[in-house]
Ligand binder design. Structure first.
Ligand SMILES: C[S@@+](CC[C@H](N)C(=O)[O-])C[C@H]1O[C@@H](n2cnc3c(N)ncnc32)[C@H](O)[C@@H]1O
Length: 157
């Protein structure tokens, strides 16, 4: 996900659905020294675990929903994030929540900036991505357990 995002070239990245932090680790490893990462995790216990696990001044753990990403970007003085990675399990959520979360992440991006998602049931997310972003790229990633599909979309210019 970090490689598909191009995290090594980005300085203001958000991650949504950070969990215990495997993607957080990969992003921090890839990002430049002057980069900053905002990792959103809605579960307060998992967010606390992320704060304990990572001692990195580039990381801000946000114990709030990804729906708050546009506000967090504004409060950080950003026009938008350079890129977002998302591991939220959209298939388990009501359709309206999926729409709202994808819309919030789209609005939190700078124009043309990428959003990379990992999903396990591509047939669920594809119609949302078509409707909200138009074009999308799809990659199969067999090394994940379970094997996953990575999608990359971009905010319109
Ligand atoms: C499948 S886990 C992914 C964890 C980790 N990124 C990984 O790859 O192992 C999904 C995470 O998304 C979090 N989550 C669900 N809805 C969220 C939301 N609206 N905003 C932020 N995090 C959310 C869950 O609490 C959970 O930790």
């Amino acid at each position: 996900m970090a490689a598909l995002l191009g995290a090594d070239r980005l300085t203001a990245v958000a991650e949504t659905g950070a969990g215990t932090g495997p993607v957080t680790r990969a992003l921090l490893d890839a990002m430049p020294a002057e980069g900053r990462l905002w990792s959103f995790e809605i579960d307060p216990a998992l967010a606390a675990g992320l704060r304990e696990r990572f001692d990195d001044p580039r990381l801000t753990v946000v114990a709030e929903s990804a729906s708050e990403a546009p506000r967090i970007a504004r409060e950080a003085g950003l026009d938008g994030f350079d890129g977002i990675v998302s591991a939220i399990p959209y298939t388990l959520l009501p359709r309206q929540t999926t729409l709202e979360l994808l819309d919030a992440q789209r609005r939190a991006l700078q124009p043309a900036a990428p959003l990379v998602l990992i999903q396990y049931r591509p047939e669920y997310i594809v119609p949302f991505l078509r409707r909200m972003f138009g074009r999308f790229e799809r990659h199969f990633y067999p090394w994940n357990v379970p094997p996953g599909f990575l999608f990359r979309v971009r905010r319109a210019r």
